[in-house]
Write a protein of this length. Structure first.
Length: 304
């Protein structure tokens, strides 16, 4: 029995993940209200208000993510973070689906700092119904007069539970798995500008060889520019180095702003990738910026 083509399957999955407008607006309003009303926590205020220095690797980025790509920042020891990521549909259809607000996918993530140099996380994404486990670890730290960059590693294992063996008996458990390994290399140049490189390897089981290779290599890059005390402009981009000519997907490009306040970091952005887990944006960025096909989304992080 032939295997389904990923392009048709992706369309089918996106249709299954469509939310009603009133539901997405309700989610957004609840999160926005929480963002405004929850009390500040002393630990994150201390981090936000402290003076940035090149000795402080944590200050290169204020969030664990730049936009889609991970930053070199880690959660502190015994720190628990809850992250809600929401990505609305494409703005391309305009008012017909209220600039994407009729459609949405969500990712829920929990991150815990085992130590200052090692984090563990788990997540569930409605995009392809993927469950992930993540490990992030500090390897080297930028120091003034010392090592010039901060280096972290990021490892992710995921399972795509949207594949249905009843529809295709040829699918095995191994066909649902994916693995990502990234090396994150950042440098803080001054109190406003930080840049990062993120060479990435993605193993994605069960792709069509005409659309995607199993082994994929992506050179990620991104940065943060601080424009005010608690505001910054962030951008990241991934160059897929071995995409097949027949692939319908594009390199992921995202741009947005970070707002730090209270016990939150609130990220608002536009991106051409609807999936928020690594497999989703590295390999399946379906939007084309040149055609006005991109998505609005946000990441809301609460620190405990």
């Amino acid at each position: 029995m032939s295997r389904p083509q990923p392009k048709n399957q992706l369309t089918f999955l996106l249709k299954r993940g469509t939310k009603q407008l009133h539901l997405t607006l309700s989610i957004f309003c609840v999160l926005a209200l929480s963002f405004q009303t929850l009390s500040a926590q002393d630990d994150i205020w201390k981090e936000i208000d402290k003076t940035d220095t090149l000795n402080d690797a944590e200050a290169a980025f204020k969030s664990l993510k730049i936009v889609n790509f991970e930053s070199t920042k880690l959660a502190a020891a015994k720190e628990f973070r809850f992250v809600v990521s929401h990505r609305f549909g494409s703005v391309k259809n305009g008012i017909d689906d209220f600039f994407g607000l009729d459609n949405a996918v969500t990712r829920i993530q929990f991150i815990y700092g085992i130590s200052d140099k090692f984090n563990i996380g788990i997540s569930r994404s409605s995009f392809q119904k993927v469950y992930d486990i993540q490990f992030k670890y500090r390897l080297l730290t930028q120091r003034e007069g010392g090592f010039p960059v901060t280096v972290s590693g990021y490892s992710v294992g995921g399972i795509n539970t949207s594949y249905d063996e009843d529809l295709d008996p040829a699918i095995s458990f191994g066909d649902k798995l994916s693995y990502v390994q990234q090396i994150l290399i950042s440098r803080k140049f001054n109190d406003r500008l930080s840049l990062e490189l993120a060479p990435s390897y993605l193993y994605e089981a069960y792709p069509s060889p005409l659309v995607q290779h199993e082994n994929q290599f992506i050179m990620g890059m991104g940065g943060r520019y601080k424009i005010a005390n608690r505001w910054s402009i962030n951008m990241d981009y991934g160059i897929h180095t071995n995409r097949t000519p027949s692939s319908p997907f594009h390199n992921p490009l995202s741009i947005g702003v970070d707002l730090e306040t209270g016990g939150h970091v609130f990220q608002m952005h536009f991106t051409n990738a609807e999936g928020m887990m690594e497999r989703g944006f590295l390999s399946h960025a379906s939007g084309d910026w040149g055609d006005g096909d991109f998505f609005f989304g946000f990441n809301l992080t609460r620190t405990f």
